[in-house]
Design a binder for this molecule. Structure first.
Ligand code: NDP
Ligand SMILES: O=C/C=C/c1ccc(O)c(O)c1
Ligand code: ZN
Ligand code: ZN
Length: 361
């Protein structure tokens, strides 16, 4: 469609959860007209993040249905609004977890818009006009251009998808907590979608990287395939004790309740435990575990648009890729089940444009 056309409301076909069972099935809905600052996107690929399970299954008690999840979106620009100059039809672009913010608060004014109190989530939220947001397991999205990033030329679109959440989620805290310098010793707890990007990004920053996993099953892959320098099974008390005090940081990606003390013990002086997992129960630790070592526990929430662009550029520059299994939309429910039972190496990406979204086989 012509650049600047803004009058047509379009129908999208997504795959939506209807209730907390979290089963996705075809769902038609209308997208807003392409406003002057909007980009209309045909979705090509969308990664499956564990957050999509948390949201679809109402793990946090805040889910709204019908809900089309998906927030690692890569697509092709179909139409741009009259005031959009950064993108044009045919560009390959990405969208992550956030699609709106107030533009006036301190986080917004300091390129930390993901921390805006009025941020709009790409799904399971509403726009200021009351229309529900729907995510990337869908034929199309209309997104404010501020929240759209260009996928670097030469980067495969399916490869780029996991960088838009898993990648930037690790890149952002490493940068913000001054943990991007070479030579640091990092730990990645939980080798899943976010964790495997943690290993790859930290290695590309020049860190010595230890994977801390719930079992020994991923040892070979972590060291031989992903390039980790060391591997600890958290169940191996002797190995955990031998590694005490050796790490500058641990990126904790576990999506379920777990003790923090075994991982605080791995940190040396001033070490940081960065909690990433979305866990709806209190986590606990004994305060001396922090004091004796001046350690800190921090959180971090995805990354800004600027950081998403930096992550993409960093990955392009360093040759960092995601390790993915590409599936069709008809497989999305099996993929969600396999993700939940820790059976994916390491991110599912749905080939949305190559799928029959109406649900026929
Ligand atoms: N803070 C933020 O901005 C973001 C948060 N998230 C959240 O991070 C978490 C991880 O997401 P993602 O990487 O996609 O998830 P994955 O399921 O891909 O990976 C999680 C990994 O944690 C380990 N794990 C899983 N279940 C358990 C358990 N019960 N106990 C101990 N370890 C477990 C497994 O690794 P192993 O086999 O090595 O033990 C698993 O591979 C989720 O809660 C997600 O919502 C995601 C993106 C951004
Ligand atoms: O995938 C990214 C989402 C992270 C997230 C962080 C906090 C929270 O309450 C969520 O629902 C999701
Ligand atoms: Zn995510
Ligand atoms: Zn704001």
């Amino acid at each position: 469609m012509a650049s600047g056309a803004t009058e047509t409301e379009r129908t999208a076909v997504g795959w939506a959860a209807r209730d907390a069972a979290g089963h996705l099935s075809p769902f038609s809905y209308t997208l807003r007209k392409t406003g002057p600052e909007d980009v209309a996107i045909k979705v090509l690929y969308c990664g499956i993040c564990h957050t999509d399970i948390h949201q679809a299954k109402n793990h946090l008690g805040m889910s709204r249905y019908p809900m089309v999840p998906g927030h690692e979106v890569v697509g092709e620009v179909e139409e741009v609004g009259a005031e959009v100059t950064k993108f044009r039809a045919g560009d390959v672009v990405g969208v992550g977890l956030i699609v709106g913010c107030c533009r006036q608060c301190h986080p917004c004014k300091s390129s930390n818009e993901q921390y805006c109190p009025k941020k709009v989530w790409s799904y399971n939220d509403v726009y200021p006009d009351g229309k529900p947001t729907q995510g990337g397991f869908s034929s199309a999205m209309v997104v404010d251009h501020k929240f759209v990033v260009k996928i670097p030329a030469g980067m495969a679109p399916e490869q780029a998808a996991p960088l838009l959440c898993a990648g930037v989620t690790v890149y952002s805290p490493l940068k913000r907590f001054n943990l991007a310098a070479p030579g640091l010793r990092g730990g990645v707890l939980g080798l899943g979608g976010v964790g495997h990007m943690g290993v790859k990004l930290a290695k590309a920053m020049g860190h010595h990287v230890t994977v801390i996993s719930s079992s020994d099953k991923k040892r070979g892959e972590a060291v031989d395939h992903l390039g980790a320098d060391a591997f600890l099974a958290s169940s191996d008390a002797a190995a955990m004790a031998a590694a005490a005090g050796t790490l500058d940081y641990v990126i904790d990606t576990v999506p379920a309740h777990h003790p923090l003390e075994p991982y605080l013990a791995l940190l040396g002086l001033d070490g940081k435990l960065i909690v990433m997992g979305v866990i709806g129960q209190p986590l606990s630790f004994l305060s001396p575990m922090l004091m004796l070592g001046r350690k800190s526990i921090a959180g971090s929430f995805v990354g800004s648009v600027e950081e998403a662009e930096e992550t993409l550029a960093f990955c392009k520059d360093k040759g960092v890729t995601s390790q993915i299994e590409v599936v069709k939309m008809g497989y999305v429910n099996e993929a969600l089940e396999r993700l939940e039972r820790n059976d994916v190496r390491y991110r599912f990406v749905v080939d949305v444009a190559g799928s029959n979204l109406d649900g026929a086989a």
